[in-house]
Design a protein. Structure first.
Length: 268
């Protein structure tokens, strides 16, 4: 079972949680941080090698959460061009292509291995999608996508894996291929999500930024930080709010507080 609420207030921590976070102030050494940045691609590639296509569930909730995928059409069968920035192995991409026959999708990922998995998927067709490997912080999207040609960009659980100092480069890159008046749909980890509270001491890279045991990294967003990030690159904010869910495991009597940040940002 789950219960969900949306809004602008951050999750309230229990005294134990607040104490744990207050205590955990020691940062990973600069040497190790530089190494993690340098090996980011390798670490994600290894992640996909270990988990192949089995780690993430197919995301059939995308169209439910993001009505824009339907709403940005002027008529029912209008062809839409989308970009899935950070497509992983296609958990979001393929359900979308199956559900909506009038979509052409560009999709890219940092991990060459993830891109190969997408290409090997039985649903992959070059008539309906173009997938390519790309480091969104430095590879120009214009090499694969015409300027001002995309109706919707999805940025779902992607930005959190990137160093906060480089996030603006991703938004700048995406801006070039998005049509004026069209939107980026964003969803990612929010401040005080259960995953943030589970990190052991010695995992902290910076404010709200942590490293997992496998070397992949995760940032936990505040509404203010995200808002500033998009506005600084020329986007207008349409929606930006926390989604707080409590996932209940009745068998084990566990309540897990999940916090995501969901937003919609428009290119003027």
């Amino acid at each position: 079972g789950t219960s969900q609420k949306k809004g602008h207030s951050t999750r309230i921590l229990s005294p134990e949680e607040a104490e744990k976070l207050a205590k955990d102030q020691v940062l990973v050494s600069e040497f190790k941080q530089l190494k993690l940045e340098k090996e980011a691609q390798k670490n994600w590639d290894l992640f996909y090698k270990r988990n192949s296509t089995n780690f993430f569930k197919d995301r059939h909730w995308t169209t439910r959460e993001f009505q824009e995928l339907k709403a940005c059409r002027e008529f029912a069968d209008q062809k839409l061009t989308i970009l899935e920035a950070g497509c992983g192995v296609g958990n979001c991409l393929f359900p979308l292509l199956e559900e909506d026959l009038h979509i052409f999708a560009y999709a890219c990922d940092f991990s060459p291995r993830a891109v190969e998995y997408v290409k090997k998927n039985a649903l992959y067709s070059t008539e309906r999608c173009k997938v390519f490997q790309c480091d969104l912080t430095k590879d120009d999207l214009l090499e694969n996508i015409p300027a001002d040609s995309v109706d919707v960009v999805t940025l779902i659980f992607v930005l959190s894996a990137i160093h906060p100092d480089k996030m603006h480069l991703v938004l700048k890159n995406i801006y070039k291929v998005l049509k004026p008046g069209k939107c980026v749909l964003f969803r990612d980890y929010g401040l005080y999500d259960h995953a943030m509270l589970r990190f052991k001491s010695g995992s902290k890279l910076g404010e709200n930024f942590y490293v997992r045991q496998d070397g992949t990294r995760s940032y936990f967003f505040t509404e203010e930080f995200l808002s500033q990030l998009f506005k600084a690159e020329g986007y207008e904010q349409v929606v930006n709010e926390y989604v707080q869910r409590e996932t209940v495991n009745r068998k084990e009597d566990l309540r897990v507080p999940r916090v995501f940040l969901q937003g919609k940002f428009q290119k003027p």
